[in-house]
Structure formats: C-alpha cells, structure tokens
Design a protein around this ligand. Structure first.
Ligand code: GDP
Ligand code: GDP
Length: 459
C-alpha cells in the first residue's frame, strides 16, 4: 500500500529534519543557511514496514515579504492536494502562533487526513506546547523530536489506521517493473503501467542549459522559484504534475553547481544527483543549449541514459534566440547522428523554455518515447518477422556450420528486450545482431529506444 504524506507547517518547525529522517540524508539538504530548502521535495520514505512518498514543503525561511508568504501558501496548498495524508507540524517549544492557525485553516479546508505533530518535543520545555496543540482541534498531537528521532513509533501508530482506510478505498498500483531484469532471466510478466502511475521524466543537461526554466514552464508557475534569490533550486527533487493530461513525475537536477552560496556542498551532490535522476527516470530529456550543443558533458549523460536503458529525448533549448534556424537544425541533426549513433532515431525537438514554444511537441515526443519503451511485440509476430529476416539475409556459417535461429520472444519491456534461441550463439557476428536490432526498430516502429537482444543456445 503506497500513499503520499505531506509535511506542512510554518518555516523552522523542523519539517526538513523529519523529511531527512524519513527519507535518509542524501536526498535533501537541511542547513542553517537561509534559502537552502525552499521547495516541494519528494522522497521515498520508510517508517518501520511502511513505504510511502513524503513531500516536504520546506522552508521559505525568512519569508518576511508578502510575495514569499503567498508562494509558501500556494506551495502548501499544492502539497496538500497531492497528498493522501498531511502531517501538520508545529514547534512545541514555541507553542501555537498565528501562522500555525493559518496553516490549520488551509488543512481543515483541503486535507483528506490530518495528523498533528508537536515537534521539538524532547524535554520538559515542550510540555506546554504539546498540550496547546490540542487546541487546533485536529486530534491528538503526536509528540515528536525529529532531530532526536523520538516519537516515530507514535507517528507509525497514527499512520496505520489511515493506510488501512486508504487501502480500502483505492485499487493498488501495479508493481513497478524491475528495470534491472536481465533478458537472460525467464520471460518477465508484463507489468503494464496503470494509467495512474506517473511517467517518470528526468531533465538533464549542463548548468545553464535551461532546465529550471523548462520545468517552470511546464509547471506553468513559479514552483521552482528560479530567479535572483541564490540557492533556490539545486538538489535533485521530483515534482509530480499533470502535463497536458499526462501524470508525470519530473526529476529536476537543475541548478547543479551554479548557486555560489552553497557551492561546496552541492558540488558533491550534483554529479550523483544527475546519475540518480537517470536511474529513476523512464524518459530522460537531454536538454542542450542551442548555442553550445553536444558538449562533452551532454554526450556523456546521453550515453549514460542509453546504457541505463532509458528512453531518450533530445531537446535543443533557447531556440527563440537562434538566428539561423534552418541551417542550425541541419547541423544539429548531422551532429546528433555522428556523435550519438547509439541513439539512432531518438527525437530531437527544438524548444524555448523561456517562451514555451515547442513544449507541446516535447510532450508528444516524451509520451511517444515512453510508449515505445513500453512496447510489447507478440511472439507470433516476432517469429513471422524472424523468418522473413533469415530468408532475406541468412546468418553466416562459420566453419561450414550455419547458425540456426530457432525462435524468439520478447523477454521484457522498459526497454524492450528480446531473446533469440539459436545454435552457436557465441559464433554470431556482431553485424548480424545489429541487422536484427535495426530490423526490429523498423518493422515494429521502435526508434530511439534502447533495444536489448540476447542470443541464447539451447543447452
Ligand atoms: P523547516 O523549516 O520545517 O524545514 O525546519 P528545519 O527542518 O530546517 O528545522 C529548523 C530548525 O529546527 C533546525 O535548526 C533544526 O535543527 C531544528 N530542529 C528540527 N527538529 C528538531 C527537534 O526535534 N528538536 C529540536 N530541539 N530542534 C529541532
Ligand atoms: P539550468 O542551470 O539548466 O537550470 O538553467 P536555467 O533554467 O537557470 O537557465 C539558465 C539561463 O538561460 C537563464 O538566464 C535563463 O533565463 C536562460 N534561458 C533558459 N531557457 C531559455 C530559452 O528558452 N531562451 C532564452 N533566450 N534563454 C533561456
């Protein structure tokens, strides 16, 4: 039973501290530097045997001016709407404040299930605050110390009845397909993703390629809060949104290394965050800057995505300021084929993250790449096709003994993986395997996706 828990509350009550504790340290940063944790962040949480998604509505620390307060409120409302359960956190040492009351109002109106946590609950100094929290009228407060890891049992106990209720009212998601399944393994059952499961997208690319701008544009508002305030978007975060009717979860690796104030710390995270985003993603959008496309870093990440078996879409950004669009597009396509032959047939889409131009085409390309990545070809179709391929171009006969291709089947999807049963698989030249893979791409319309083909002897 999976569900989503949002941790909400005013700045500094300890939301990020709890988030980190539930998710593990690596995903989020919590820090004394103002502005380090500002966004909606999601992580996969563990609490005893519960596994759930946790959303941190983070700080907007020093949110003194009205616009920041407004944003904080909007972010909170969004988190509440996304969540099955809201953990409303107050600071037991401070007691209730008017801002707490404001949050309680939002929750009463919107939240499906509310738990109240009185944090910083270690020690007698918190007693009064814990009792005060009853006055919110939102049920028995859970006394927590996020920092010291106290009260997590009580949190667990409070969550259990809610998860049971949610389980009754909801059909469970289909299990995740194990992307690590090897094609040599027995044919895996087809876990077609259910409609409700979000399409997982990672946007990767060099700093300044425009990743934050792109994601903001997709979100249609300032969720990532890019702008002059330093340190606003850095760590890999994921955001769940509805993009043109497609539920998506976007992993953002934006701002890697570019925000000077928190430089050292983020430096370390950035590399692995990029890699991690690729591992989590189904479709990887490699975002290039039209002015400096296909840099080493771009090539490396695109290659990594292919090797990891992800569907890849290349998006060329800042097209609005490109002076020679026709010629540039020809050059880009030529460079793409030459520098990334392993991504043959992957879409190349020109966009302007700034103006939003091309985003519909990008959406369509992502949806299609995802579709292809999930494609399943029936065994009957495959074997008819294989027969034709062999007739057109028989496999070689090393030492006078012809390699016989007996039959084939699709062992997995995401990305598509095929197994061909044959005699002397070890003698099969690479060129023939390539012939088969290219044929599969063409006949079954699978451009751009990594295709795995394994030859297996019968032993
Ligand atoms: P956020 O604004 O909700 O994200 O709050 P943070 O997680 O950034 O925490 C704000 C401050 O409260 C930090 O200095 C934390 O170390 C501190 N803090 C968090 N949880 C506890 C706790 O359980 N006890 C105490 N004493 N301090 C805590
Ligand atoms: P990130 O480091 O990849 O997240 O890049 P940002 O989104 O922060 O963008 C870097 C710079 O490029 C900012 O100054 C953006 O305003 C600018 N930028 C992003 N997308 C576009 C675009 O489509 N056109 C133009 N002209 N500038 C853009």
């Amino acid at each position: 039973m999976s569900f989503t828990l949002a941790i909400v509350g005013r700045p500094n009550v300890g939301k990020s501290t709890l988030f980190n504790r539930l998710v593990g340290k690596r995903l989020a940063l919590v820090d004394d530097q103002p502005g380090v944790t500002r966004d909606l962040r999601e992580g996969e949480a563990r609490l005893a045997d519960l596994r759930f998604t946790v959303i941190d509505t983070a700080g907007l620390e020093d949110a003194t001016d009205d616009s920041l307060q407004g944003r904080m409120r909007r972010l909170t409302e969004r988190a509440v709407d996304m969540a099955d359960v809201c953990l409303f956190m107050i600071d037991a040492r401070t007691g209730l404040t008017p801002v707490d009351e404001m949050f309680a109002e939002i929750l009463r109106k919107r939240a499906k299930h509310i738990l109240v946590a009185a944090n910083k609950g270690e020690g007698a100094a918190a007693d009064a605050g814990v009792i005060e929290a009853w006055n919110l009228g939102l049920g028995e407060p859970i006394r927590l110390s996020a920092e010291h890891g106290e009260g997590l049992n009580d949190l667990y106990t409070a969550l259990l009845p809610i998860t049971e209720e949610l389980a009754l009212t909801r059909v469970e998601d289909a299990p995740d397909t194990d992307v690590a399944v090897d094609v040599d393994a027995e044919a895996a059952p087809d876990h077609a993703p259910t409609k409700s499961k979000p399409l997982q997208i990672a946007v990767v690319g060099r700093p300044n390629a425009g990743k934050s701008t792109l994601i903001n544009q997709i979100l249609g508002e300032d969720r990532l809060l890019t702008g002059p305030e330093a340190g606003i978007t850095r760590d890999a975060i994921s955001l769940q949104i509805d993009w043109n009717g497609t539920p998506c979860r976007i992993f953002d690796t934006a701002g890697m290394r570019k925000k000077a104030r928190v430089q050292e710390k983020l430096e370390k995270l950035s590399v692995s965050d990029g890699l991690r985003a690729v591992k989590f993603a189904e479709v990887v959008v490699v975002l290039l800057d039209a002015a400096i496309p296909f840099e080493q870093q771009d090539l490396r990440i695109a290659d990594l995505a292919e090797r990891e078996g992800r569907a890849v879409v290349v998006a060329v950004n800042k097209w609005d300021v490109e002076p020679e669009k026709q010629q540039k597009l020809r050059d880009l396509k030529e460079a793409f084929t030459r520098l990334l032959p392993q991504l043959k047939g992957a879409p190349l889409i020109t966009v302007s993250a700034k103006t939003g131009k091309g985003l519909d085409r990008l959406h369509a390309a992502i949806a299609r790449a995802h579709d292809i990545w999930n494609r399943r070809v029936t065994t009957a179709q495959l074997n008819r096709w294989l027969e034709g391929m062999v007739a057109a171009h028989p496999p070689p006969a090393p030492q006078g003994r012809r390699i016989k291709l007996k039959y084939m089947t699709q062992a997995k999807t995401r990305p598509p993986g095929f197994v061909v049963m044959c005699s002397h698989p070890d003698k099969m030249p690479e060129s023939y395997t390539r012939y088969l893979v290219n044929g599969l791409r063409e006949t079954f319309d699978m451009p751009g996706t990594p295709i795995r083909l394994t030859l297996r002897g019968q032993g």
